[in-house]
Write a protein that binds this ligand. Structure first.
Ligand code: HEM
Length: 405
């Protein structure tokens, strides 16, 4: 049986600045046409959707959070400790226990309660730019809304600037540019943890109707979260729920500018908003690769993957699998697409607990804007970051007209 290292595979470097937007997808399609595997500087890309799903669900594989920061040169200190104790780094029963305590606090009902507030935020942001006829969509909407929602979720409305700063620094451990200023990063990191500890203490004394209170009270099968686990989970929610949703919102708006007929359809029928959000999540997943580490030698599709192999399961390719999605390369908000079939939120034990919230935010954002914002168009080329980890949009300069509503 061949071992992955012995195979003659095509290669891709996602850091290549030429690989952005449609060129990135063309490169993926080209490689996927040659083989179901490809090499990257850090590991092996898997294009095959069925195998990717199997790997995501395989409990013998783990999320290499610790290994990825070790590759960045962080092997001790407060940041290292927190990653080691963070949710993504956990495996097996330790991870299962935390998930059992976390997920009841993330119920669809809790998300539904937030919808009117999400819509209110979008309306207020629209009012700020409607008369201008142009904005940088990233600074005017995408960078602000997810932090506002996380602040609402935690029961600290108005603390969105703090959430944005904490999220940037908590995520910064995976960003070589931010890591270069390691001491500044660590100091914000410690500040974030002190603030979350104080929040947990306050909710213990006086519970409210929010995620922080629900976590403090979380109990499953007679087990409770410890103080440290509570703090760590809240940090995971802040870091997991901000940059991700922000990037997805901005990529979606870019797609609508490039497909004005789709925006017009949504403007005429805002009940399409949930389908529009789903199509954005499918067509341009901001987590184009989800990482896994092989812990014990395994075999997939007749190829051996030795322990220590780092895998990047390519949701960007899986979400365009023609066996599941008809005309997969067409951005079409009216097409019948099975929402649960996209791999953007991962799958298996680490499946994104914020998926329902992220969908709600995208739905409210586009559903509220489309009837108000006429003819959005790109005023300059969007500035896109590297599709590694989170695929960011640095800026999105758009022009539009204000419709009468
Ligand atoms: C469009 C927005 C989002 C995308 C694309 C996204 C994507 C992902 C992915 C790919 C994973 C890893 C899944 C796996 O390895 O199988 C993940 C995990 C996670 N996400 Fe999200 N996410 C988004 C929004 C959110 C939000 C809004 C929250 C919280 C409010 C959140 C919190 C988390 C947490 C805590 C984890 C770790 C779960 C675990 O290790 O068990 N995410 N997300």
């Amino acid at each position: 049986m061949p071992v992955v290292a012995d195979l003659d595979l095509p290669s891709l470097d996602p850091a290549d600045p030429d690989l952005r937007g449609e060129r990135f997808h063309r490169a993926l399609a080209d490689l996927a046409g040659q083989s179901w595997l490809a090499r990257t500087p850090l590991g092996v890309i898997v294009f095959d959707r069925t195998v990717s799903l199997e790997m995501l669900r395989d409990r013998r594989l783990s999320f290499p959070a610790v290994e990825l920061i070790e590759l960045q040169g962080i092997t001790e200190g407060p940041v290292y400790e927190r990653v080691v104790n963070g949710l993504l780094a956990q495996t097996g029963e330790a991870h299962g226990r935390l998930r059992r305590l976390l997920t009841p606090a993330f119920t669809p009902a809790a998300v539904e309660r937030l919808r009117p507030r999400i819509r209110g935020h979008v309306e207020a942001m629209w009012a700020e730019v409607a008369e201008d006829g142009r904005c940088d969509f990233v600074t005017a909407f995408a960078r602000r809304l997810p932090s506002m929602v996380i602040a609402d979720l935690l029961g600290v409305p108005g603390e969105d600037d703090r959430m944005a700063s904490y999220s940037e620094h908590l995520q910064g451990i995976f960003d070589p540019a931010l890591l270069a200023q390691r001491s500044a990063l660590e100091s914000v990191y410690l500040d974030a943890y002190r603030w979350i500890e104080a929040l947990v203490e306050a909710r213990r004394r006086q519970p409210g109707d929010d995620l922080a209170s629900a976590l403090v009270a979380a109990e499953a099968e007679g087990e409770r979260l410890t103080h440290d686990e509570c703090v760590s989970l809240i940090a995971s929610v802040i870091s997991g729920g901000t940059d991700t949703t922000q990037a997805q919102m901005a990529h979606g708006m870019r797609l609508f500018c490039q497909h004005p007929d789709q925006w017009q359809l949504l403007a005429e029928d805002p009940t399409l908003a949930a389908a529009a959000a789903n199509e954005v999540i499918r067509f341009e997943p901001i987590t184009p690769f989800t990482a896994r580490l092989v812990r014990d030698d395994t075999t997939y599709r007749g190829v051996g993957f030795p322990a220590g192999t780092v895998l990047f399961l390519c949701s960007a390719a899986a979400n365009r699998d023609p066996a599941i999605f008809t005309e997969p390369d067409t951005f079409d908000i009216t097409a019948a697409r099975p929402a649960g079939a996209v791999l953007t939120f991962g799958n298996g034990p680490h499946f994104c607990p914020g998926a329902h919230l992220a969908r709600a935010e995208l739905t409210e954002l586009y559903g509220c804007l489309a009837p108000r914002m006429g003819e959005p168009a790109l005023r300059s080329e969007p500035v896109l970051g590297a599709p590694i980890g989170i695929y960011p949009v640095e800026s999105l300069d758009i022009g539009f007209s204000a419709r009468r509503t």
